[in-house]
Design a protein around this ligand. Sequence first.
Ligand code: 13P
Ligand code: SF4
Length: 368
Amino acid sequence: MLDLKAFEKQMIPLAYEEAAENELKEIIRRNKQELGEKLVLLAHHYQKDEIVKFADEVGDSLELAKKVSDYKKAETIVFCGVHFMAETADILSRERQRVLLPDTAAGCSMADMVSTEQLKVAWNKLMLQFGDDVLPVTYINSSAEVKAFVGFHGGVTVTSGNAEKVVSWVLEQKKRILFLPDQHLGRNTAFHLGVPLEQMAVWNSVNEEIDFEGDKSQVRVILWDGYCSVHQQFTPLQVDRMRKLFPQLQVFVHPECRKEVVDLADGFGSTAKLIRLAREAGSGARLAIGTDNNLVGRLQKEMAAKGVHIHFLNPMACACVTMNRIDLPHLAWILDELIEGRVQNQITINEETMKWAKVALDRMLEMK
Ligand code: 13P
Ligand code: SF4
């Protein structure tokens, strides 16, 4: 979980903040060259263009999680993404590899919507209500501690790239599932697997009870009340308006969007799947994409050259501010420090948390 003290640690020397873009790029290029195979730079698809250009691998959460151990010679993984992604990289990395996050204040507001304290309360109440009939599943967008809790209780992690596979496995193991922390990914996935909305309930983390009117024994999917503030900005009205303007439009969205938006879309999926869908569109196609605008902006440029017109589903939406905390000054600074033998912003997880979080992650990665 993101440490608030992390904000204080983010005072990188002013010289980096004030340096010209070309100067920063030159520092990064030079340091990367000097560190060679000892360094690997991983970047999530939501990173800014200037960061993506320096990445050895760019991917969605699932792809990046799988890539980590491929870099056998790397001693340092610099993760350009958010805190839970760097934690996941640390859990899955090889011994003696370290993971650095250029700005430790790059958290994920959704991941912070569930703490282990809240989860323990919920779990105890659910056990009293349903007995040993519930299996927990956590979206990879969660802290290492939450992943460990889930792993310890027989559960598994899930990403937007494998949600249907993982959730159907869970529903085969136990009668009920507790899906953390993104209610939208949980609802969209369970619905597409055939679970009716009447069998889903939201866990209200403020009142500490299930929001459900009726016979609670009918509930199969319990959704934590978390959400992504970036993806919740997309609405059915935006889809309708866009379709009125462009009747041939195809709409693709991330499953962190509300179900009402996903229902109106022509396709939905992880960031990697959204890229695939866009690249498969033929010349002359017109698409609207609902996800973070760094990625949509890159796709717009790439696909314009192939005659595909891409719109951002909501041009007024706010970007993921924490993803955008990773910038050239922080990247240049962390690499300069590394060259000087000073390891900054290392992500470390205690042994017990590491052990159980890895159990939850391995269960997911071993799923065929
Ligand atoms: P992906 O796993 O689809 O890349 O999504 C991660 C994320 O944080 C989306 O908001
Ligand atoms: Fe978290 Fe949403 Fe940002 Fe993804 S887009 S990292 S879920 S806040």
